[in-house]
Design a protein around this ligand. Structure first.
Ligand code: DSN
Length: 442
């Protein structure tokens, strides 16, 4: 490639980046696993830490030049411990999957058995079986068994699960590791009774709080470390509105093994600029997280109610639709017929959501390409200051696309207009810059 061509590609990259930022200013983003971080988190992510190495633990590094990095990482761990009321925190994992794999590496051996939720019932690919290329099955070599699931309650069926655990034990197939949590769970999971059985024979219990970490940190959902979990893994960019990354908190007696699971087992260098940004978001959540989390949940419940009134089949209606940030909606009997068509049509109208398998989809021959459902989350729009009226308005926009089959262009314009009033991040110390401002430092 000639240098002029390289220059042209270089210019094109920045033009695309700016276009993305402009588009984000006009969209309603309801992806349940996403959020928008504060200008402070963004500032922390563009510092020189990103060019450095600091393998190991503060005070035990294998590189020089880390004196400020160490102090920031210690602060990050301390703030995380305070937020999650935990004895031990490790902010080094560079993703939620690697946080899970670090704990699996610390407490299982290949060939051990893990129990978790299957993907159609909300489980994450990092917990899936070998044949699905799931991290636990394919990378750690674990045999996977599933929690029994109650499709009406949208939750783990405690009695049936305990019966399954006991049946398996009688056949000599005891579960070594329990992975609670998931990628879709609107209601708190029932830990204590299952944990009691698991602990009765010495199994290890982790809670994957990737989606709900912000809600758990602010005591707004459930409290896995007090409900029997030995550790909790999570990502740092969903309801916890920080940088992309992972984190682990645990009771003290598990700290040494987890530290070694993170380094040297699963990481060499971790991402130090993200450690700085994680420290910032933990401070933000300690100061503003309670109000933020409670508004996220209220907004999800209002959005569920408004969508139901607009004709959508929102699951969990008999339990108030959700107690978290997430809503599951069955769309197979709407005019658009499947989650993918809904996702595509809404995206053309500047509304970003994702399609989602429903627990019963496989029985109807549906798969993740054209599933029967969609998943919505309210974390990002709440961060921009939206409340009840805006949730009602969003439900109306969605009805215009999915049921009224209105021209997407006209809804897209209305959505962009609606978004003009919501350009700042809320629930943060510093909010001078707009949320999606393109900041040029070249
Ligand atoms: N499972 C993805 C999600 O929930 O969107 C994130 O890993």
């Amino acid at each position: 490639m000639k240098s002029s061509e390289a220059r042209s590609a270089y210019n094109q990259i920045f033009s695309l980046l700016e276009k993305h930022h402009s588009w984000m200013q006009e969209t309603i983003n309801l992806i349940a696993s996403e959020n928008v971080h504060s200008p402070a988190v963004r500032e922390a992510m563009q510092i020189d830490f990103s060019d450095r190495y600091a393998e190991g633990w503060p005070g035990e590094r294998v590189y020089a030049g880390t004196k400020y990095i160490d102090e920031v990482e210690i602060l990050g761990n301390d703030l995380t411990k305070a937020l999650f009321r935990a004895d031990f925190a490790d902010v080094r994992p560079i993703s939620g999957v690697l946080a899970n794999l670090s704990v699996l590496t610390a407490f299982t051996e290949p060939g051990d058995r893990m129990m978790c939720l299957s993907i159609p019932t909300g489980g994450h690919i990092s917990s899936a079986r070998h044949r699905l290329w799931g991290t636990a099955g394919r990378v750690r070599g674990l045999k996977i068994q599933y929690f029994k699931y109650d499709e009406h309650e949208l939750n783990i069926d405690v009695d049936a699960t305990i019966r399954r655990i006991e049946r398996l034990r009688k056949k000599g197939k005891h579960i070594d590791f329990f992975m609670f949590g998931a990628s879709v769970f609107p209601f708190p999971q029932p830990l204590p009774e299952i944990v009691e059985v698991a602990k009765g024979y010495g199994a290890y219990v982790n809670f994957d709080a990737a989606h709900v970490a912000g809600l758990i940190g602010t005591n707004s959902f459930q409290d896995p470390l007090r409900e029997g979990a030995d550790s909790m893994t999570f990502s740092t960019h969903k309801t916890l509105p920080g940088p992309q990354g992972g984190c682990i908190v645990a009771h003290d007696q598990f700290a040494d093994r987890i530290k070694r699971g993170v380094f040297p087992a699963m990481h060499s260098n971790h991402h130090l600029h993200h450690v700085a940004a994680k420290a910032v978001v933990m401070a933000e959540m300690l100061a503003f997280g309670k109000d933020y989390s409670q508004q996220i949940i209220k907004n999800a419940q209002t959005l569920g109610q408004s969508l139901a009134e607009e004709g959508f089949k929102v699951l969990g209606e008999h339990k108030g639709f959700t107690k978290s940030h997430v809503l599951l909606i069955e769309v197979a009997d709407t005019p658009l017929r499947n989650g993918r068509a809904v996702e595509e049509k809404l995206e053309s109208a500047n509304i970003i959501i994702n399609r989602n398998l429903l627990p019963w989809d496989k029985r109807f021959g549906r798969d993740y390409i054209r599933p029967g459902g969609i998943r919505l989350g309210t974390s990002e729009m709440t961060r921009l200051g939206m409340k009840k009226d805006e949730m009602t308005q969003i439900a109306e926009f969605m009805r215009r696309i999915v049921f009224d089959q209105e021209e997407t262009q006209s809804v897209a314009q209305d959505v962009a207009q609606f978004r003009t009033k919501f350009q700042k991040v809320h629930y943060a110390f510093d909010t001078a810059r707009d949320a999606y401002e393109y900041i040029k430092i070249r």
